[in-house]
Design a protein around this ligand. Structure first.
Ligand code: NDP
Length: 329
């Protein structure tokens, strides 16, 4: 009998009403690819919440298995880089959007999309990091490549108790930055201080329309929030500083002026994780392996069972999840 496995499936009816369920599929139901992976762990990102609820048009092919991140073992391979038993990670590449993604016990993928699971991590730890931690690392790399060093002044992280924000805090603090966390959860100060935060500000200070230029309060920023928050982060960045923009939790707009760029030489650095080339991914995962204390991953992560993935994906959109959630298969 052909192998059957559990999968989350998002479907659409003729009227474009979306529904989601956990169902059983066979290997023949999977899309084309040159490797098949036994998924050991996955995670719930903000984007997965958008896909499962249909709140944003993340899914572009129907039906769809959502899930943008997975860690697991190669079962079969026609790709020269991979053999059965190899441990791998997948982040992005359109999985859960145009190609069947991570919320299934089996995934068929392109071998070119995969990176090896670093020896430093288990599959669950890698999914604790997931696209959020990998994006935080890409943001740190962008700042470093722009010549930013901790002696230039403080670093602000917005959305600090979210997935990207928590890892951005931990990675910057580990490299000696004085980290200012902007958060709506000022009551979570023990959590943020445990990750290395030196100062906490209420996110409302940044969430309304502000001045084109404000007092210089930080040298760099990692922003996963966008909108007025990013505009205010730019306005408060000191001369010659840089801000990595990677998210839109407040909104995709950028109601800013050019003043920080033309009067203070501030740089705005764009960060994308989905289509980042393999070399960049290998660099980010190698730095995550060397910079992250496993205790930090544990502090940021909670674990849910596969049966809870749909409910968890809905909760991430209302901001009721702190840090990261790993889904154990
Ligand atoms: P989370 O939901 O885990 O974190 C988002 C955080 O943003 C929240 O915890 C909250 O932090 C803050 N926030 C939420 N709503 C608002 C608001 N209205 N105003 C101000 N702050 C708000 O999501 P992730 O960390 O997984 O993702 C964060 C963003 O980054 C998303 O927009 C996501 O799409 C994007 N992203 C982009 C990637 C890329 O490739 N560029 C990759 C991964 C994510 P707090 O509670 O501390 O206030």
């Amino acid at each position: 009998m052909a192998e059957r496995f559990r999968a989350v499936l998002i479907s659409r009816d003729e009227d474009k009403n979306q529904s989601v369920e956990i169902t059983e599929l066979g290997l023949d139901d999977l899309m084309e690819g040159d490797v098949t992976v036994a998924v050991e762990a996955t995670t719930v990102n903000y984007k997965d919440g958008l896909a499962i609820t249909g709140a944003s048009p993340v899914v572009r092919r129907w039906p769809m298995i959502p899930g943008v991140d997975l860690a697991g073992q190669i079962v079969t391979s026609d790709h020269p880089d991979w053999k059965p038993g190899d441990k791998v990670i997948l982040n992005g590449w359109g999985c859960g959007e145009t190609h069947f993604g991570a919320y299934a016990e089996r995934a068929r993928l392109k071998g070119d999309w995969l990176v090896p699971l670093p020896d430093a991590f288990t599959a669950e730890q890698a999914m604790g990091i997931g696209t959020a931690g990998y994006t935080a690392m890409l943001s740190v790399l962008a700042l470093e490549e722009a010549g930013m060093t901790p002696d230039k002044g403080p670093a602000i992280v917005t959305g600090a108790s979210g997935g990207v924000g928590s890892f951005a805090v931990a990675l910057l603090a580990a490299k000696g930055w004085h980290v200012i966390a902007a958060t709506g959860r000022t009551g979570e100060s023990d959590y943020l201080k445990g990750l290395g935060v030196a100062e906490i500000i209420d996110r409302v200070e940044l969430s309304e329309k502000g001045k084109p230029l404000a007092k210089e309060r930080w040298a760099v920023g990692i922003d996963s929030v966008g909108s007025h928050t990013l505009a205010n982060v730019l306005a408060g960045t000191s001369y010659g500083g840089a801000v990595a923009a990677c998210g839109l939790a407040q909104g995709p707009d950028l109601p800013a002026t050019v003043m920080p760029f033309i009067l203070r030489g501030v740089s705005l650095l764009g960060v994308d994780s989905v289509m980042a080339p393999k070399e960049r991914r290998l660099k980010a995962w190698s730095r995550l392996a060397s910079d992250l204390d496993p205790k930090v991953i544990k502090a940021i992560t909670s674990i849910v069972a596969f049966d809870e993935v749909i409910e968890t994906a809905k909760r991430i959109l209302d901001g009721s999840i702190r840090g990261r959630v790993v889904v154990k298969m």
